[in-house]
Design a protein around this ligand. Structure first.
Ligand code: VGL
Ligand code: ZN
Length: 202
């Protein structure tokens, strides 16, 4: 077992990010088995769940004439517009059926504010509105976090960088992640995580 000051954070292993999902990440389903195995090593396991209301501002369908995967400007900065995904209460927003979600003590839902997207499990994309995850981890004496899940270049990346900025010792297990990889987003994410002091394994 890992130490009591370590947590595993499993990012967005949800149907919509797996093959046949609304925002499918190539190979998304492959990480489920190995993540289940890794969860057994941790006393503290947190799952994040992308959880958008209908008409969310990160959806291309909420912006007349805009295509999915195009870029727009929001009051808080640039924002990729996505296909509708992870609608609250939908099948697509459920965790992958084989993910052993039962062992998690905590589920952080994010992206609930219709006006702000939230890639990171710590802060919304305005980088100031907290999800509460930081407080949960600190309250439990967690100092080191290991991140796995989907997608490596968006939600895992933003969570890892925020975690490092907050002073947690952050490791990303790349073999237990899969990326969207659009317009060089994967390379940018990897260099951004390295610059932030994130330990990249695998
Ligand atoms: C994600 C795009 C939109 C992710 C979530 O989990 O990486 N990406 N919403
Ligand atoms: Zn989303």
């Amino acid at each position: 077992m890992r130490g009591a000051d370590e947590a595993l954070i499993v990012i967005d292993v949800q149907n919509d990010f797996c093959p046949d999902g609304a925002l499918a990440v190539a190979g998304g389903g492959e990480v489920v088995g190995p993540i289940n195995d890794l969860m057994e090593q941790f006393h503290t396991v947190v799952l994040s769940q992308d959880w958008h209301p209908k008409g969310h501002s990160s959806f291309a369908t909420s912006h007349e004439g805009m295509d999915p995967f195009s870029l727009t400007q929001m009051p808080y900065g640039p924002q990729v517009l996505w296909p509708d995904h992870c609608l609250q209460g939908s099948q697509g927003a459920e965790f992958h059926a084989d993910l052993n979600a039962d062992v998690a003590q905590m589920i952080v839902r994010k992206g609930c504010n219709p006006a702000i997207d939230s890639y990171s499990a710590f802060f919304e994309n305005d980088h100031v509105t907290p999800t509460g995850l930081e407080g949960y981890l600190r309250n439990r004496g967690i100092k080191k976090v290991t991140l796995v899940g989907l997608a490596l270049d968006f939600c895992v990346n933003f969570s890892a960088v925020d975690g490092a900025k907050l002073g947690f010792e952050v490791t990303v297990e790349q073999s237990l992640c899969r990326a969207i990889d659009m317009d060089g987003s994967l390379n940018a994410a990897i260099s951004g995580m390295k610059d932030a002091g994130v330990q990249l394994n695998g």
